[in-house]
Design a protein around this ligand. Structure first.
Ligand SMILES: NC(=O)c1ccc[n+]([C@@H]2O[C@H](COP(=O)([O-])OP(=O)(O)OC[C@H]3O[C@@H](n4cnc5c(N)ncnc54)[C@H](O)[C@@H]3O)[C@@H](O)[C@H]2O)c1
Length: 156
C-alpha cells in the first residue's frame, strides 16, 4: 500500500488536492501534514475526514525531527508538498515566516525524503507546488518555463 504525504492539505489548493487523492486512491494511505496556521482550516475537509485511507497530523514542516518521525512512522513513499506561507503582501511585512516555512520547511522534507528513500531501489516522487513569483516579473510578453532562472522580487 502506498503512503502519500500531502503537506498543507488544510489550505486553499491543498484541500482540493487532498480530497482528489483520498477519493481517487482508496488503496493508498493519504497523510495530511498541516500545522493549521491562519490559512489552514480542517472544515475544508469535513466530507473526507472519516475516510479509512485518510489521516491528519498536526505538525510543523520547520521542525525537522517531526518531519523525520512522520516519514518513519508512516513509511512515506510519495510527497506532494503544498504547505507554505502563500500571501505575497504578508511576505513584505514578515519575511522570516516565509523563509522558515518555504525554505527551511522544504529543505526538511527533501532531507527526510533523501534519508529514507536513497538506496531503496524503489521509484519515489516528490512534487513541490510553489509559485511563479520565484521567477520575478514577466513584463508585457513572454512566458516562464521550468528552465527559467529564479529571480524573485519579494520574499515570497
Ligand atoms: N492560491 C493560489 O492562487 C496559488 C497560486 C499559485 C501557486 N500557489 C502555491 O500553491 C501552494 C499552496 O497554496 P494555497 O493557496 O493552498 O496556500 P494556503 O495559504 O491556503 O495554505 C497553506 C497551508 O499550509 C499550511 N502551513 C503553513 N505553514 C506550515 C508549516 N510550517 N507546517 C505545516 N503546514 C503549514 C497552512 O496551515 C495552510 O493549511 C503554495 O506554495 C502557493 O504558493 C497558490
Amino acid at each position: 500500500m502506498e503512503n502519500i504525504l500531502i503537506t498543507g492539505g488544510a489550505g486553499f489548493i491543498g484541500s482540493h488536492v487532498l480530497r482528489l487523492f483520498v477519493n481517487t486512491y482508496p488503496d493508498s494511505n493519504i497523510i495530511n501534514l498541516d500545522n493549521l496556521t491562519y490559512a489552514g482550516n480542517l472544515l475544508n475537509l469535513t466530507d473526507i475526514e472519516n475516510k479509512s485511507n485518510y489521516r491528519f497530523v498536526k505538525a510543523d514542516i520547520v521542525d525537522g525531527d517531526q518531519v523525520f518521525s512522520l516519514f518513519e512512522q508512516y513509511g512515506i513513499d510519495t510527497v506532494v508538498h503544498l504547505a507554505a506561507e502563500s500571501h505575497v503582501d504578508r511576505s513584505i511585512v514578515n519575511p522570516m515566516a516565509f523563509v522558515h516555512t518555504n525554505v527551511l520547511g522544504t529543505v526538511n522534507l527533501l532531507n527526510a525524503a533523501r534519508h529514507f528513500w536513497a538506496g531503496t531501489g524503489k521509484t519515489h516522487r516528490f512534487y513541490h507546488i510553489s509559485t511563479d513569483e520565484v521567477y520575478g516579473s514577466l513584463g508585457e510578453e513572454g512566458l516562464f518555463t521550468e528552465e527559467t532562472p529564479y529571480d524573485p522580487r519579494s520574499p515570497y
